[in-house]
Design a protein around this ligand. Structure first.
Ligand code: 13P
Length: 239
């Protein structure tokens, strides 16, 4: 996806059903935005069969390994064979609940790129880090540890998701989003010498989407809760 359109990505997390997928199969192509839906692994197959072609499919995680004795894991190779195009890597829920470190995240990103899929790498600060004015420092550290070490010139999307904004109804103000995105974008573009799309995620919804999308250097949204309601998601896609 290399054009001037914004990217609207849905992260269904551990939610959704065949029924919901059927509802989403009725979505109509938005004029100005590209759409990615990342359902749980068990719904990837129905996503492929039911969703219209304009919607690209993503997974929410993968193993850092290609194959082997890793019970319960799914590799990027397997996802590629399941017609997935994107993989969310390093979501804060995986970093905190499943103790994924920057080192593991780096390996996952490398595996995703090696398999010719596009990683959507999540970064973000906690509330206490924000209060201590450490946002940019934390983001730089995450980028240095798990993104700029990757050797890629094409496939990469970064999602800035302030942890305190996820599922809380809170969002940074436009000034904060502008500053943070500018900082992330400058660093990535300087390093990779290409334009790396940077999405915003955290309580994005049908009401605030136009405001957030109009902020400079916001290339799209990674939407959680609001992506589970067809009507809301459709409105966001048409923002
Ligand atoms: P919410 O949109 O529910 O805050 O979730 C954001 C998110 O975690 C997307 O990855």
């Amino acid at each position: 996806m290399k054009n001037n359109k914004k990217i609207i990505a849905a992260n269904w997390k551990m939610n959704g059903s065949e029924e919901l997928m059927k509802e989403f199969s009725q979505l109509t192509p938005p004029k100005h935005n590209d759409v990615i839906i990342c359902p749980p692994f068990t719904l990837l197959d129905s996503a492929k069969t039911l969703l219209p072609n304009f919607i690209k499919i993503g997974a929410q995680n993968c193993s850092e390994e290609d194959n082997g004795a890793f019970t319960g894991e799914i590799s990027a190779t397997m996802l590629r064979d399941s017609h997935v195009s994107y993989v969310i890597i390093g979501h804060s829920e995986r970093r905190t609940l499943y103790r994924e470190t920057d080192t593991v995240i780096l390996k996952k990103v490398e595996s995703v790129i090696k398999n010719e899929l596009t990683p959507i790498v999540c970064i973000g600060e906690t509330l206490s880090e924000k209060k201590a004015n450490k946002t940019l420092e934390v983001l730089e550290k995450q980028i240095d540890a798990s993104i700029t070490r990757v050797n890629t010139h094409t496939r990469l999307i970064v999602a800035y998701e302030p942890i305190w904004a996820i599922g809380t109804g809170l969002t940074p103000n436009e000034y904060e989003i502008r500053e943070t995105h500018l900082h992330i974008k400058k660093k990535l573009n300087l390093h990779f010498n290409i334009d790396v799309p940077v999405l915003y995620g955290g309580s994005a919804n049908a009401e605030n989407c136009s405001k957030i999308l109009s902020v400079e250097n916001v290339d799209g949204l990674l939407v959680g809760g609001a992506s589970l309601k067809k009507h809301d998601f459709e409105m966001i896609c048409n923002c």
